[in-house]
Design a protein around this ligand. Structure first.
Ligand SMILES: Nc1ncnc2c1ncn2[C@@H]1O[C@H](COP(=O)(O)OP(=O)(O)OP(=O)(O)O)[C@@H](O)[C@H]1O
Ligand SMILES: [Mg+2]
Length: 151
């Protein structure tokens, strides 16, 4: 399946889009988030959290690598920017095979550890408010998730 591209014009639109996406996710799903500094990766994750029923405020986990949030489905929020090329394995599989949904900012830094089946998301900064978000599903489940999102 081709990628799908959705443009958002405000932070709120990005959050709502992520919230909608969250509704078709299931335990064990892995999502990657790429995009420049300030593109909106953490903002997108906040929307995912809202959709999963996370009540705590989601912040950037830059200094902790991974933060776990309880929701209807747990959310594992990773920011692996700090692991840049270190090839450090902090037990990623425990998360990927766990009961939660894992979302990884700067996932290409741990490319070797990523599962084959996942949803790759890239956020491109168009201008101050506008973002172009590309969803590239790997595997049937995520193709279905993307079809639902595009409806
Ligand atoms: N359409 C939009 N979608 C998402 N964020 C937007 C949008 N328009 C403006 N913004 C702003 O862009 C910023 C995105 O910051 P955010 O922390 O989510 O980026 P990030 O990709 O996680 O950055 P970092 O690489 O530092 O982790 C926020 O200040 C947000 O308010
Ligand atoms: Mg961030």
């Amino acid at each position: 399946m081709e990628s799908i591209v959705i443009t958002t014009k405000t932070e709120l639109e990005t959050r709502k889009l992520a919230e909608k996406l969250a509704l078709s996710l299931r335990p064990g799903d892995v999502l990657t988030l790429e995009g420049d500094l300030g593109a909106g990766k953490t903002t997108f994750t906040k929307g995912l959290g809202a959709g999963l029923g996370v009540r705590r405020t989601i912040n950037s986990p830059t200094f902790t690598i991974v933060k776990e949030y309880q929701g209807e489905i747990p959310l594992y929020h990773m920011d692996v920017y700090r692991l840049e090329d270190s090839e450090e394995d902090i037990g990623f599989d425990e998360y990927f095979n766990g009961d939660g949904i894992t979302v990884i900012e700067w996932a290409h830094f741990i490319a070797d550890y990523l599962p084959e089946k996942r949803l790759d998301i890239e956020i491109r900064l168009i201008d101050e408010q506008e973002r172009e978000i590309t969803f590239s599903p790997k595997g049937h489940h995520f193709e279905a998730v993307c079809k639902e999102l595009a409806r």
